[in-house]
Design a protein around this ligand. Structure first.
Ligand code: F3S
Length: 641
């Protein structure tokens, strides 16, 4: 029986387990990636492990999220990250160089390699055939220490692409169409592996847009083969030596196969406030647009920005529509400048932002109250833009640029002939000299800490019995943005757990923190898909600091579930989802933690007579981590033993 490409890469990196769906497997990670918002904590965790040198082939510390330097906190974090990189043998990418995923794709991602990153859009590197997985910072710190990354073997979903895109349709519309079809849960527990004759028609930046937003499907990762398109891209990036042809066997068998006809894809938009609320752009005809933002790790490549620039060239944005442009990297910016395309943006009335995440993480560029913002980004969760009632639509760069010109959504059928797809030039500027590489002798490098760098709080092991109240009950599709908001004020505190914990659930329930502190310990009750969204481990770490010992939900998002385990919080699911209604805020429950068994069921009971069964899907190893009070405690024991 033929093998999928995912199986081939997994088998090449398998350190433990059998790659059968659901079985626990341990993978060797060749590369790691951290960004500053999660990276300071990952580096504190790395330091706590106590090794002298990273054990990976390559580890890169990027600064792209908290680039605004107002006050000492962010600059202190950047200085800390730079010094940790120098001290322990990592590469450092300073603020302004670009967005981690765009930079990694251009400079470091390699076909057939494994990559783990403390950012949920790490699968962007799947665009060149790298098996790239987003995870919490602790998992990345452990990978830097040479520990295997363990996960349940995903199902492999084949996405068979036929034909090629036509007209105004672009790669963004492919992934939006899949989101509309499969929903934000459609990829949970799966690798989305792209195959079929349509693959060859997609360039690497287009593939990377698709793999990037596989994160919104909830997928473990997404993967394209490595072929002539990959060779062309790597050659343009001065890295042809990194090319290796890779593809699934002709007779590969997938756990599920979905066929998509690229020729039938039309321009789409994801409507507020979920990436899977997808409609054809034609259905939004006439809706006024207050702001357009082009950029983010999804759509900030040279080809994306050039396509938008050519549409805007010689024309003016609508006077009521702000236009923001954030190139994905300095390389992209240099290419646009060289070709005079920056002028196209500026002369059309656009505003140039730094090569960074910017508005995507609420770092400036928030829309006005109730304003409609059309963004080429990947997430449109409520409040993520920094404006609680902002109405965020996700589209391709072409749709966004057209909306900036018209001041409203219009029907693509009225736009005339579609532009041709921009190709990468042969002589792309090489920006590798912008990265800081570790010195030969690292022994004298001192790690620099400011007052915002606060050591990790210690956590107690799980007691035999927990008698704790429900301190919060929430509904379905709670995102990590709900749990811990983004924005400059909060993200500047990512290396300071006591301070950042004050913001947990602050936008959902301002009394939560006080209630949790008063209770000392507690549990949270959630609905379906609890913790979807980003990889931010602070959404588990800070609740743990506030005394949360268990979350009982109808279902969990993958990365958040793993983060809960990593910090010693027990993820439990209702055996009967209707029991969700039996639990209220304030219900005091007894959890017989000593009787927890991997994959087993226990009963939670209250003095008022509530008794409900809850299940877990923990492995033996995960249960041991929770009993130890978190992964860092468990690993420290292993190293000390
Ligand atoms: Fe940055 Fe937004 Fe991507 S925060 S890493 S551009 S999802």
């Amino acid at each position: 029986m033929g093998q999928t490409l995912s199986h081939k890469i997994i088998k090449n990196h398998l350190l433990s387990g059998t790659p059968a769906p659901g079985e626990s497997i341990g993978l060797r990670m060749d590369q790691t990636l951290t960004q500053d918002a999660t990276g300071t904590m990952a580096c504190l965790q790395w330091e706590a492990i106590g090794l002298e040198t990273v054990q990976t082939e390559l580890s890169v510390n990027y600064v792209d999220h908290n680039t605004i330097q107002m006050g000492f906190r962010n600059p202190d974090d950047h200085r800390y990250l730079k010094s940790v990189a120098e001290r322990y043998g990592m590469i450092f990418s300073p603020a302004g160089t670009g967005i981690c995923h765009q930079l990694h794709l251009e400079n470091f991602a390699r076909p057939g390699k494994t990559l783990i990153g403390s950012d949920s859009h790490t699968p962007t590197a799947g665009g060149v055939g790298s098996l790239a997985i987003g995870a919490g910072g602790l998992s990345v710190a452990l990978a830097m220490a040479g520990e295997p990354y363990t996960l349940p073997m995903p199902r492999i979903i084949g996405i068979h692409l036929d034909n090629a895109l036509t007209g105004w349709a672009s790669a963004k519309d492919v992934i939006l169409a899949l989101l509309g079809q499969l929903s934000v849960k459609g990829g949970v527990g799966a690798i989305m592996e792209y195959t079929g004759p349509g693959v060859a028609s997609l360039t690497v930046p287009e593939r990377a847009t698709i793999t990037n937003m596989g994160a919104e499907l909830g997928a473990t990762t997404s993967l394209f083969p490595s072929d002539e398109q990959t060779r062309r891209f790597l050659r343009a990036m001065h890295r042809e030596a990194d090319f290796e042809p890779l593809q699934a066997d002709e007779d590969a068998v997938y756990d599920e196969l979905i066929t998509l006809d690229l020729a039938r894809i039309e321009p789409m938009a994801a409507c507020p406030h979920m990436p899977d609320k997808v409609v054809p752009v034609a259905e939004l005809d006439g809706l006024a647009v207050n702001q357009v933002a082009i950029g983010s790790c999804t759509n900030s490549s040279y080809s994306d920005l050039k396509a938008a620039a050519l549409l805007l060239q010689g024309r003016q944005r609508h006077e009521d529509t702000d236009l923001l442009i954030a190139p994905g990297s300095k390389q992209v910016l240099k290419m646009l400048t060289r070709e005079g395309l920056l002028d196209a943006f500026l002369d059309s009335g656009g505003r140039l932002l730094e090569c960074a995440c910017g508005p995507c993480i609420g770092m400036g560029g928030s829309p006005s109250s109730g304003g409609v913002s059309v963004r080429t980004f990947n997430r449109n969760f409520e409040g993520r833009s920094g404006t609680q009632d902002g109405q965020i639509y996700l589209t391709s760069p072409l749709v966004a640029a057209q909306a900036a010109l018209d001041g409203r959504f219009t029907d693509p059928a009225t736009w005339g002939p579609a532009p041709t797809k921009p190709e990468l030039p042969a002589d792309v500027p090489d920006i590798k000299n912008l990265f800081l590489y570790p010195p030969q002798d690292r022994s004298k490098v001192e790690v620099q800490r400011g007052p915002n760098i606060v050591p990790l709080p210690p956590f107690e092991p799980l007691p035999e019995t927990l008698a704790v109240p429900v301190v919060l009950k929430v509904g379905d599709n709670i995102t990590t943005d709900h749990i811990l908001p983004g924005g400059p004020q909060v993200t500047a505190l990512r290396s300071n757990i006591p301070a950042i914990s004050e913001y947990i659930y602050s936008r959902v329930d301002p009394e939560f923190v006080t209630r949790a502190k008063d209770a000392g310990q507690g549990i949270i009750v959630g609905g379906e898909n609890y913790g979807q969204g980003s990889s931010r481990e602070h959404a588990a770490l800070a609740p743990r600091y506030l005394g949360i010992r268990a979350v009982v939900a109808k279902s969990f998002a993958r990365i958040h579930r793993a983060n809960l385990v990593n910090f010693g919080i027990v993820p439990l699911t209702f055996t009967n989802p209707a029991d969700y209604d039996a639990l209220e805020q304030g219900t005091r429950l007894t959890i017989p933690a000593a009787t927890l068994r991997a994959g087993g069921t226990i009963s939670l009971s209250s003095a008022e007579g509530v008794s409900i069964d809850v299940s877990n899907d923990l492995t033996e190893e995960e249960l041991a981590v929770i009993r130890a009070g978190g992964k860092l405690n468990a690993v420290r024991h292993t190293i000390e033993d």
